[in-house]
Design a protein around this ligand. Structure first.
Ligand SMILES: Cc1cc2nc3c(=O)[nH]c(=O)nc-3n(C[C@H](O)[C@H](O)[C@H](O)COP(=O)(O)OP(=O)(O)OC[C@H]3O[C@@H](n4cnc5c(N)ncnc54)[C@H](O)[C@@H]3O)c2cc1C
Length: 482
């Protein structure tokens, strides 16, 4: 199809949209405010020479499973998924950690008397993984293409993860592992629908794994940019868009922005109903990031944890739920839930020989820049890896305010483009048949504030681009139709 497209923002969704449009034949220009493409999937050597730190996303179960990334064949542009020996570990004060292996059987075996229940909960989803992925990474407001897949996934999905964990599991290992996966949604485990996240993340580990990108998450972005350029598109860096006049004339405009930024854009006339929906949009719990360079391996009390790509540092199900509830209520938890990535377990290129890069963030109240949060991250690490403080060679704290200054989409430190609760879980950003249409002719939203939400998979961009292409074809067939 002939025509021109402008994309505002070069996050994975902006680039996902751009490649779909360029492959359809449009002449695509991506306008990116920052000096580097990639949004919250960039990497840099912030901890010193020879190091690679993922500045945003680190672990990519849904990048590896993404139908878009797979269809694009991003390996042709150097993207390689590397798997750690263990997908995730969940250390506890008492007893051994819960270990999430790529193999469902091995995970179940390790969970002892909860093994059968773990298998029963995940087996159906793992067996129908491709259909499930297509269903959950689709625009959720439509008749499901794979009702069976959704049914096997959906029975427990509406339950709070805490209720599912207590009903099905007896050990703190299984309960913690499930709750740790569930709160990737950045919601308390007592919240409805969090079982969906627990089950999906667990099944993802068994089906595709929780890999990192060789050389840093930037490799995902670089592959998308290479694909875009191969199809005649381009990214203009250092090109912040404040008024749509800057990107006109373009037949279609895709905004990789969250609602608050869309409302600030000049030259964009939105229908009042849509404008009101954007104004009501709620941003959620923030992340406070701490990156460390250590002079050797993390001194985990249980050495098996060193082989895990992801570590859920938060203790028992009850503790995790309490910490998430505190953060959501605006109080900095004494013991926050901390997500840790040890990319080195899969990719030795991240730090100089003998050193280790550790990536961590805690869930903290929206906009909470209190440096005490950074200390609490270290206290939590120290709890399960005594002596880790003494190994620190370099440390960079990135509080919510600095995350937002780095990438305007991370409003108040919310890394998901808006809270994933209530209606916002399904109807992102407004209740309407096409979640990507803004109501302004030819202008679409394509960020994680649209379905399927946060994460590096590019699927919001892909669906928004398809919606734009459908409308463009229709406008061409019916000139004067708006
Ligand atoms: C600390 C952190 C950890 C994360 N961990 C993971 C993880 O392990 N796995 C995972 O899958 N996901 C993770 N995520 C989430 C994931 O990175 C995001 O969901 C994803 O990047 C969203 O993509 P996007 O394209 O919607 O927006 P973004 O990636 O946020 O990109 C938006 C882009 O738009 C640009 N922009 C904004 N305003 C303008 C403007 N006016 N003009 C021009 N450009 C503009 C920004 O500079 C940015 O480049 C993490 C995020 C963060 C911050």
């Amino acid at each position: 199809m002939q025509g021109t497209a402008a994309v505002v923002g070069s996050g994975p969704n902006g680039l996902g949209a751009a490649v779909v449009l360029a492959r359809a034949g449009l002449d695509v220009t991506v306008h990116e405010a920052a000096a580097t493409a990639g949004g919250a999937a960039r990497s840099a050597a912030v901890l010193g020479p020879g190091t690679v730190t993922d500045l945003g996303s680190a672990v990519h179960p849904f990048g590896a499973a993404s139908p878009l990334f797979t269809a694009l064949g991003l390996h042709r542009h150097g993207l390689e998924w590397l798997h750690p020996p263990i997908a995730a570990a969940h250390p506890l004060d008492d007893g051994p950690p819960g270990l999430l292996h790529r193999s469902l059987e091995r995970t179940a075996e390790g969970l002892g008397r909860d093994g059968a229940a773990w298998t029963a909960l995940h087996r159906g989803v793992v067996d129908r993984w491709e259909d499930t992925v297509e269903a959950v990474l689709g625009p959720l407001v439509r008749a499901p293409a794979h009702p069976l897949a959704l049914a096997s996934f959906g029975l427990r999905a509406p339950w709070p993860a805490a209720a599912t964990a207590r009903a099905l599991f007896r050990t703190e290992q299984a309960r913690g592992l499930f709750a740790g996966s569930a709160v990737h949604a950045v919601l308390p485990a007592r919240h409805v629908l969090t079982s969906a996240f627990g089950t999906l993340f667990g099944a993802a580990a068994h089906a595709t794994g929780w890999p990192v990108a060789r050389g840093g998450s930037q490799a995902i972005v670089d592959a998308l940019v290479a694909d875009l350029e191969e199809h005649g598109g381009r990214v203009l860096l250092g090109s912040p868009v404040t008024d749509l006049a800057q990107v006109r004339p373009a037949d279609v405009v895709l905004l990789d922005l969250t609602p608050r930024q869309v409302l600030r854009l000049g030259g964009l006339e939105l229908p009042p109903r849509y404008r009101r929906a954007l104004a009501r949009w709620r941003y959620g719990t923030a992340s406070y990031k701490v990156d460390l360079l250590l002079d050797g391996p993390v001194p985990w009390r249980d050495p098996r944890i060193a082989r895990a790509g992801t570590v859920h540092v938060g203790g028992t199900l009850a503790e995790i739920d309490a910490a998430e509830t505190e953060a959501r209520a605006g109080r900095l938890p004494e013991r926050p839930f901390v997500l840790v990535a040890q990319q080195g377990a899969a990719d030795r290129s991240r730090a100089p020989e003998g050193q280790e890069v550790l990536w961590a963030y805690a869930h903290v109240p929206h906009g909470c820049d209190d440096p005490a949060a950074g200390e609490r991250v270290l206290d939590q690490l120290e709890r399960f890896a005594p002596g880790v403080r003494d190994r620190i060679v370099a440390r960079v704290d990135t509080p919510p305010g600095r995350l937002e200054a780095w990438n305007a989409n991370l409003v108040g430190g919310d890394i998901g483009g808006g809270a994933l609760d209530g209606l916002q879980q399904v109807f992102r950003p407004a209740v309407q048949p096409d979640p990507y249409a803004t109501g302004a002719p030819g202008v679409y939203l394509c960020s994680s504030s649209t379905p399927p939400g946060g994460g590096v998979h590019g699927m919001a961009g892909c669906h928004a681009a398809r919606s734009a292409l459908r409308d463009l074809a229709w406008r061409r067939r019916s000139p004067g139709a708006g």
